[in-house]
Design a protein around this ligand. Structure first.
Ligand SMILES: Nc1ncnc2c1ncn2[C@@H]1O[C@H](COP(=O)(O)OP(=O)(O)OP(=O)(O)O)[C@@H](O)[C@H]1O
Length: 92
């Protein structure tokens, strides 16, 4: 189910999505909290419907961020996808 299916306090993979933090070239970034732990994160939501090129770039970004650890690079805590979107979970 897409996060857009539920308009009020939408949830994806245990995260409750909140206010928009910003907007990048590939989509928007929203504040979110993990429902069970209360962990606060930023979730970057990338639509799969834009183009196959964007989907390839999204997967590439996920793979690169998973493999790097640096104090100057925001940490990717988790990532998941559904039929319509990628969700990249970053530290706030
Ligand atoms: N981890 C984060 N914590 C808080 N705000 C964030 C975080 N990540 C992104 N943002 C906000 O969302 C905006 C868009 O981020 P995003 O990474 O999508 O865009 P970008 O930095 O322009 O990169 P891209 O070229 O991939 O679009 C940022 O400018 C910032 O305001």
């Amino acid at each position: 189910m897409s996060y857009r299916t539920r308009r009020r306090n939408p949830r994806v993979c245990g995260y409750e999505l909140g206010a928009e933090l910003g907007y990048g070239a590939f989509g928007r970034v929203v504040y979110a909290t993990h429902v069970e732990t209360g962990n606060e994160v930023a979730v970057k939501i990338i639509s799969k419907r834009r183009s196959e090129v964007v989907n390839v770039m999204a997967r590439r970004e996920i793979n690169i961020l998973r493999s790097v650890s640096h104090e100057h690079i925001v940490r990717l805590e988790d990532s998941f996808e559904d039929d319509s979107h990628f969700y990249l979970v970053f530290e706030l």
